[in-house]
Design a protein around this ligand. Structure first.
Ligand code: TRP
Length: 330
């Protein structure tokens, strides 16, 4: 048997709204597995949210708390992993500042998300120092906890690359001090919303983890299936049907096989198929909803979890900062 080595795993999420099924399959499902196998730190990156939302910060605080509640309600467990809020640990800011001294501007300017997001989010002025520094703040997040593995999606890999370069430069200048992280690529299935576009808050097409059974029913009933299939007697194509994508993630394989065959043979209609997936999704979401409702009734329990996480995170972050201050003679 292969001996399992426990790695230090760290990842963060920006608090930009409620979590949906896309987050579950793309991120949380992976975190659930990692918390069983490694020493995990998961944090809410509220300062990172400010880099783009600085003009409308009202929602960040509320989303921060709700994000922790969403994490807990899917089964992330504070006795297995450490959960904390970035802005509670001021060492992130101190390390970000110190790392900025040795980071060439060109390294930040060539990170693809810098120019891409500036072009995409044209209604926001992102020609700020904070936005340029986004991946360097992320470097500080990672390095403070000596993380060796950082679970991220493909889009974040250049940020981890930058972190690795900064660590190497730091260690070259001041001597071996910081741990070089590696990305842990999460293969996240792209989940479509009922309108066939990528599930995303900005498209307003999300199946939220906290949606009621009725909301799920309404949203999924309106979903666009195989556009070429006009009536039940037309054979359907599950390969391009988002409902079938949901089956792939939520249904037992014998049911998947049966639906696959029956849809292609025009034996089962979309309405019937939708009814079935609505039930399956609601069965999956029900315990999450229940736990979320329970936690919302218990604000002190959340406070305590956040406080405990903060303590554990601070211990590690302080120790790293001491090492860093020492080698930087500050
Ligand atoms: N930039 C990440 C995202 O948008 C969030 C994040 C911030 C992060 N700090 C991190 C992820 C540190 C991993 C490690 O998804």
């Amino acid at each position: 048997m292969k001996k399992q080595t426990r790695e230090i795993v760290l990842s963060g999420m920006r608090p930009t709204g409620r979590l949906h099924l896309g987050h579950y399959h793309g991120v949380l499902r992976n975190w659930l597995k990692l918390q069983e196998e490694h020493d995990c730190f998961f944090f809410v990156a509220d300062w990172h949210a400010l880099t783009t939302e600085y003009a409308t910060p009202e929602s960040i605080r509320q989303s921060t708390r709700e994000m922790v509640i969403d994490w807990l309600s899917v089964g992330l467990n504070p006795s297995k992993a450490t959960f904390f809020i970035q802005s509670d640990i001021k060492e992130h800011a101190e390390l970000y500042l110190l790392l900025s001294m040795i980071t060439p501007l060109g390294w930040l300017e060539r990170v693809p998300s810098y120019k891409d997001l500036q072009k995409e989010l044209t209604q926001k002025d992102l020609s700020t120092h904070g936005f340029l520094g986004y991946p360097l703040l992320q470097t500080a997040d990672i390095v403070l906890y000596n993380a060796t593995k950082v679970p991220v999606g493909e889009d974040q890999v250049p940020h981890i690359e930058l972190a690795r370069e900064v660590v190497r430069r730091f260690n070259f200048i001041y001597g071996e001090t910081l741990v070089e992280p590696q990305p842990l690529l999460t293969n996240s299935p792209k989940l479509l919303g009922p309108d066939r576009r990528k599930m995303s808050k900005s498209y307003n097409n999300c199946l939220y983890l906290g949606d009621s059974a009725d909301e799920i029913r309404r949203k999924v009933s309106e979903a666009i299936t195989d556009p070429a299939r006009q009536r039940k007697s037309d054979p359907g194509n599950p390969d391009i049907c988002l409902i079938f994508d949901y089956h792939k993630l939520h249904s037992p394989s014998d049911l998947q096989n049966r639906i696959n065959e029956e849809c292609r043979a025009a034996k089962i209609g979309c309405v019937e198929d939708k009814k079935r997936i609505i039930e399956i999704l609601n069965d999956f979401l029900e315990p999450i909803r229940k736990e979320k409702a329970r936690l919302l009734e218990k604000p002190q329990e959340i406070d305590l979890i956040i406080e405990e996480g903060e303590k554990k995170a601070r211990q590690v972050a302080e120790a790293t900062m001491e090492r860093i201050r020492k080698v930087m003679k500050i």
